[in-house]
Write a protein that binds this ligand. Structure first.
Ligand SMILES: Cc1cc2nc3c(=O)[nH]c(=O)nc-3n(C[C@H](O)[C@H](O)[C@H](O)COP(=O)(O)OP(=O)(O)OC[C@H]3O[C@@H](n4cnc5c(N)ncnc54)[C@H](O)[C@@H]3O)c2cc1C
Length: 492
């Protein structure tokens, strides 16, 4: 065998696919436009501080375990289970809600707001578990050869779930819970798919099952970039070379096959098979010149929100702040409903704060803390101008200082801001959308850009905008699905 594969991009899906292929005897090489591996799963080192750039926790560790078994390696990093999963703070409410996995313990948190919480939550989670069990193998972990094939898979899903196709995430929660606090807190997981609970289908309440039961949230010892470092060590053992600062910008075809790709220096990259880890829709449009993915057509597709992220190094300790925290504005519903259309609503945002140095002391100098803020915001289609970024960031820092009862402004010794413009530029994310294509009905399964190219049968895709979707565990599954396709490839 010993076929040569070129992997374009070193995100989680590209790196994991490269290792799966190398372990099967393929000769693999990677090109990456940036100077560092990892894609969005990256790290920022500055002024003595270390920050996770994007992902800060994840679910479905068993997908990583399956990957390690598939590659016959020891897990190259160590998971740290989060319990409580995260803390939530409402504006004007001094109470801290801690989200424990133990439902009995969790019920204590909502004793006043939702007195019969435990029974309601058990009922809600039972429905979420059924949704998960009835769809995960059939829909999420499968390749589809056509829309017909996909529909045949969908027919196998238990018809009792039909209702969730016609409700949004928030409406589903309203059926189960009456308090604003419980509904809003349990709806936060919808943001993991890059949209709001008001425009995410109720079928994704299956994520509540992954949050609380199967199998919670995890961090990695040493910070999230330890995942990339671990994968790089394994790739090195297989002598896989990564060519950094190499951006693929064009191609040459021959007889219905991709002959070679061409990089920004004019160098040709030739292989038998190609795996694209750059965004599957953007790459088809910008590099392969497909009309279906022209900029105008891309703009018409449904995309996820943008992220405004910022990274603060402060010369003080913040013992009163937990590791993972959500701070909700007083206008959560209004804000979440309008976030895509009305940039003005940024006055009172919802934001997430991760104190990276809390359990990874090497991430900050002694007596200091590394803080990572994530705020979901309109992408560049809705808000192209970010000249007000400092104003927005200052207002969040002001709000955060008020909520934790300590003014951090004079303590800031390192500050870096990433707007959707920076995310777009650094990782080729269309209009700065954080998670790529959205997961609405007509953009999932066989309706998502396929992981096998329409025109070139030796070109495949793995990553957030192809099947199954966004997030780190989905990246691992995506690499499995793409490799499955590649193993079936027959050269003529
Ligand atoms: C702010 C933020 C927070 C997030 N938080 C979480 C979280 O907590 N948990 C979670 O599970 N997920 C989270 N995600 C989502 C997660 O980061 C992504 O779904 C995942 O990392 C995507 O991996 P990927 O392999 O699809 O692509 P990417 O990470 O985008 O990697 C693709 C790589 O391809 C390279 N590339 C692109 N085009 C070319 C080209 N033409 N030539 C050469 N190289 C190219 C890019 O530079 C990049 O390195 C978050 C995302 C963001 C932005």
């Amino acid at each position: 065998m010993n076929k040569k594969v070129l992997v374009i991009g070193s995100g989680i899906a590209g790196l994991s696919a490269a290792l799966r292929l190398a372990k099967r005897g393929y000769q693999v090489e990677i090109v990456e436009k940036n100077s560092k591996a990892g894609g969005r799963l990256n790290q920022l080192k500055k002024d003595g501080f270390t920050f996770d750039l994007g992902p800060s926790f994840f679910s479905m560790t068993y997908e990583f375990e399956e990957f390690a078994r598939d590659c016959n390696i020891e897990m190259p990093f160590r998971f740290i289970e989060l319990d409580p999963l995260y803390s939530v703070h409402f504006s004007g409410n001094p109470k801290t809600y801690r989200l424990y996995k133990d439902i009995h313990k969790l019920a204590e948190q909502f004793r006043e707001e939702e007195p019969d919480f435990e029974a309601k939550m058990e009922k809600y989670l039972k429905k979420c578990a059924q949704l998960f069990d009835d769809t995960v193998d059939i829909v999420i972990k499968s390749n589809f050869d056509s829309i017909f094939d996909y529909l045949m898979h969908l027919i196998k899903v238990n018809p009792s779930h039909l209702g969730v196709l016609f409700r949004n995430f928030y409406q589903q929660l309203k059926l189960h819970f009456s308090s604003k606090e419980v509904r809003q807190i349990l709806s936060l997981v919808a943001f993991f798919l890059g949209r709001t609970p008001f425009d995410t289908m109720a079928v994704y309440t299956l994520l509540s099952h992954t949050e609380f039961r199967h199998n919670g949230y995890y961090n990695v010892e040493g910070g999230m970039y330890a995942i990339v470092e671990g994968l790089l060590r394994e790739l090195e053992k297989e002598n896989i070379k990564i060519n950094y600062n190499t951006e693929i910008i064009s191609y040459k075809e021959h007889n219905g096959k991709l002959e070679h790709f061409i990089d920004n220096q004019g160098q040709n990259w030739k292989a038998d098979l190609y795996l694209v880890n750059g965004d599957a829709a953007v790459f088809r449009g910008k590099v392969l010149d497909r009309k279906k993915y022209s900029t105008r057509k891309l703009d018409k597709m449904s995309w996820t929100m943008g992220y405004l992220t910022f990274y603060l190094g402060v010369k003080t300790k913040l013992p009163q702040v937990d590791h993972h925290n959500y701070y909700l504005g007083s206008n959560f519903e209004d804000y979440a409903r309008k976030v895509q259309q009305d940039p003005g609503t940024l006055q009172k945002p919802y934001y997430y704060v991760n104190v990276v140095s809390k359990y990874n002391q090497e991430c900050a100098p002694e007596g200091c803390e590394s803080l990572f803020f994530v705020c979901p915001v309109p992408n560049l289609l809705q808000k192209p101008d970010w000249s007000d970024k400092d104003k927005i960031v200052d207002s969040i820092i002001e709000d955060f200082s008020g909520r934790i009862g300590q003014d951090i402004k004079p303590e800031i010794i390192s500050k870096t801001i990433y707007t959707p413009q920076d995310w777009e530029k650094q990782f080729h994310l269309h209009r700065g959308t954080g998670l790529g294509l959205s997961h609405k009905m007509l953009q999932i399964g066989a309706f998502r850009p396929s992981n096998i190219d329409e025109n070139f049968k030796n070109v495949f895709y793995a990553g957030a905008s192809t099947v199954p979707g966004a997030g780190l565990p989905m990246g691992i599954i995506s690499s499995k699905l793409a490799v499955e396709r590649m193993l079936n490839y027959k050269a003529e």
